[in-house]
Ligand binder design. Structure first.
Ligand code: TTP
Ligand code: MG
Length: 361
């Protein structure tokens, strides 16, 4: 591998929730383990969240109705998800993965991109580092993973899916287009049922067939996502692995030009600040768990107060309601108001899956 080229890993834990349950209860090893709804409760409503590879052999898949899963695999062990456990494991894994990369981007509860360009100088180096990470995941967490190595994110992601479970797939540098050519279009992240059908309609089922379609056509078909997709199929997608920091808090304040005596005007200003704040949170895919207000009266007397919730949210209505109830505590204050502010804290980044192209097809 020539120097100065990018090396991106996509790491994805195998059958994440199910593997954690098997690890914590070794008697489940080798059995079809299904995480999801209880097939015997609620008349078999609900779905399979995930399942072990043994259950996948029986045809079970994420999203399948639990009643159908039970018909296909009555001998399976059906367990309810234990999210707090999975989140704790995820956090430890992500901390470890992030420490093994130059840049790090978590993209789901059990998957992440690592830019390791400065840490490897050959395909052998890259594979050795990936093997080492896989081994560490087994040693410290008792979990197997699949890693794809490529010069860009989309090819790394496709590669990591190719030889699951416990896979390690390297796409040679400069050979991404050749690697992708024989694969079905459905391996591309974001190409779901609708996009597949749209392409199928045009007799396109393999990536090689997409590679001969002019870029202009892609844009006609998929709008600005067509530019990205064209880059993906030609191995030229070069989107950075980006570890976006989650800010501690975000706020929106207004100092009035003229001190405000009429309290409803203060509330109205706070509402528009809340709207602006939620817009900014959404732009950064952020959710809050605490909303606070700040109010300053003439004479610089300043108060802050806040309210926390049990769940994260990005809901505007909840912000407005909270701002109203917090500000009401100052309604009978005698002095005029100089400044009002709204603040969101205890933030987290919403976990995002690759965006779907289906909406555009
Ligand atoms: P995935 O990585 O897609 O699935 P997986 O880890 O179970 O299996 P594999 O990677 O080996 O194919 O998702 C990670 C976890 O996210 C999964 O264990 C359960 C959860 N999940 C959902 O909650 N809903 C879903 O639709 C999917 C696909 C996964
Ligand atoms: Mg996984």
């Amino acid at each position: 591998m020539p120097q100065n080229l990018r090396t991106v890993f996509h790491v994805d834990i195998d059958a994440f929730y199910a593997s954690i349950e098997v690890r914590d209860n070794p008697s489940l090893k080798g059995k079809p383990v299904v995480i999801g709804a209880d097939p015997e409760e609620g008349a078999g409503r609900g779905v399979v969240v995930t399942c072990s590879y043994e259950a996948r052999k029986a045809g079970l898949r994420s999203g399948m109705p639990i009643s159908r899963a039970f018909k296909l695999c009555p001998e399976g062990v059906y367990l309810r998800p234990n999210m707090s456990k999975y989140t704790t494991v995820s956090k430890r894994i992500m901390d470890m993965l992030s420490s093994r990369s130059d840049r790090f981007e978590q993209v789901g509860i059990d998957e992440a991109f690592l830019d390791v360009s400065s840490r490897v100088n050959s395909s052998e180096d890259a594979k050795a580092l990936a093997r080492n990470i896989k081994e560490e995941l087994v040693q410290t967490e008792g979990l197997t993973s699949s890693i794809g190595i490529a010069e860009n994110k989309s090819a790394a992601k496709i590669a990591s899916d190719l030889h699951k479970p416990d896979g390690l797939t390297l796409v040679p540098w400069g050979k991404t287009e050749e690697f992708l050519a024989p694969l079905p279009v459905s391996v591309i992240p974001g190409v779901g049922k609708k996009t597949r059908e749209f392409l199928d309609h045009r007799n396109i089922t393999k990536i090689s067939q997409m590679q001969v379609v002019p870029g202009k056509e892609f844009v006609k078909w998929f709008g600005k996502n067509g530019v990205w997709l064209w880059g993906v199929v030609h191995g030229e997608e070069m989107i950075e692995v980006r570890g976006r920091e989650v800010p501690k808090s975000m706020n929106s304040e207004r100092t009035f030009k003229k001190d405000v005596e009429n309290f409803p005007d203060v509330i109205q200003a706070a509402e528009s600040l809340a709207r602006e704040l939620v817009k900014r949170l959404k732009q950064g895919s952020l959710q809050y768990r605490t909303i606070g207000v700040k109010i300053r009266f003439v004479g610089f007397e300043t108060h802050t107060t806040e309210k926390s919730f049990t769940d994260y949210s990005d809901d505007l209505k909840l912000v407005i309601e909270t701002v109203h109830s917090l500000l009401r505590g100052f309604e009978h204050h005698t002095r005029a108001v100089r400044l009002v502010g709204v603040r969101a804290s205890k933030l987290r980044r919403e976990e995002t899956q690759p965006s779907s192209l289906d909406k555009w097809a």
